[in-house]
Write a protein that binds this ligand. Structure first.
Ligand SMILES: Nc1ncnc2c1ncn2[C@@H]1O[C@H](COP(=O)(O)OP(=O)(O)OP(=O)(O)O)[C@@H](O)[C@H]1O
Ligand SMILES: [Mg+2]
Length: 307
């Protein structure tokens, strides 16, 4: 007080002005802090709104996703069921086809084969009735008999090819050998066969599937390949028997075949794959135009005492 009273009027005015300035400064700082607090609060509010909206959107998306997952699972299950049904259907189809082929084969062998043998013996009895000077009809009858012999041979071959009963009579090894030799002879092809003894490795069904896949492989070569040589290698590897049939024919474009209309493309390759899969095996084709074709299929060896 003493000091104050000793201050001059100017000094007091100066101090007052300084206090005012400090007060104004403090007010400005308070104002800025308030503005910042307000801005922060608004930002928090906005953030909360955004978070609520995002959460709502996420919840919606989540519900949609759960629905889609359920739908996909349902579709996968339906697909698996229809695959199982298709597999069962193709297995039944193959069985029906085998029965029908067996019936046809029997009819060819028993009926037509029998009729032809009868025809041959009739020709023989006509021949015997000819007198010695009837050389021309005698010769014609002999030629016809030879022709009938050829037809009998063809009917036997077709009947055997139709029915895999040859498998029971000869076993798998000899049957495949018969198919390959017959194929080589009929189409004048150079066929090499390198096969281990594979009898007793497979169940009856697998043997039939294998025989048919092998047969269709050779049929395709004769129909499409224009090959000169065919090499067949059959060997046991671990729990499988692997077949590799390689021709030096014209080959084909696999991608082009895949693009082809299902109705227009053949059924052979599809049926071969299906038969291999039905037996728990695998089937594969390697081919390109001008470079020949290799068909590779493997069939699992049955467990001892298994089906
Ligand atoms: N060894 C081969 N050499 C060349 N082309 C082949 C050979 N095997 C198959 N192909 C080609 O693949 C196609 C499909 O064969 P696939 O056996 O499925 O049908 P296909 O023989 O035409 O008819 P299908 O077998 O139903 O009587 C054939 O049309 C042919 O163009
Ligand atoms: Mg075919």
């Amino acid at each position: 007080m003493k000091e104050d009273s000793s201050k001059t009027k100017e000094e007091l005015i100066g101090e007052l002005a300084e206090m005012r300035r400090q007060f104004a400064e403090q007010q400005a700082v308070d104002e800025r802090r308030k503005q910042m607090d307000d801005a922060m609060q608004r930002a928090f509010d906005d953030l909360e709104i955004i978070t609520i909206e995002r959460t709502k959107k996420l919840q919606k998306a989540n519900v949609k996703l759960v629905r889609e997952i359920k739908e996909r699972k349902r579709m996968e299950k339906a697909l698996r069921q229809s695959e199982t049904r298709l597999r069962r259907l193709s297995s039944q189809l193959f069985n029906a086809q085998e029965e029908e082929r067996h019936r046809l084969s029997k009819e060819l062998h028993d009926q037509l084969g029998h009729d032809l043998v009868l025809l041959k013996s009739r020709l023989n009895s006509i021949k015997r009735k000819l007198s010695a000077h009837q050389a021309e009809p005698h010769e014609a009858l002999s030629e016809t008999q030879e022709y009938v012999d050829q037809i009998i041979e063809d009917v036997r071959r077709i009947a055997t090819e139709l029915s895999p009963s040859i498998l029971e009579d000869l076993g798998l090894f000899a049957s495949l050998q018969w198919l390959a030799e017959n194929f080589a002879q009929q189409h004048s092809l150079n066929v090499t066969l390198d096969m281990e003894d594979i009898d007793h490795f497979f169940s009856d069904n697998t043997r039939i599937n294998l025989y048919r896949v092998f047969q269709e492989t050779l049929t395709n070569i004769s129909k499409h390949a224009q090959a000169k040589s065919v090499s067949i290698v059959v060997k046991k590897e671990k729990n499988y028997v692997i077949f590799r049939v390689k021709d030096d024919g014209k080959g084909f474009d696999l991608k082009r075949l895949a693009r082809k209309d299902v109705v227009k493309s053949g059924m052979g390759l599809t049926a071969m794959k299906e038969r291999a899969n039905l037996s728990g095996g695998d089937f594969d084709v390697e081919s390109s135009p001008g470079k020949g074709t290799t068909i590779c299929f493997k069939f699992p060896i049955r467990e001892k005492g298994g089906a």
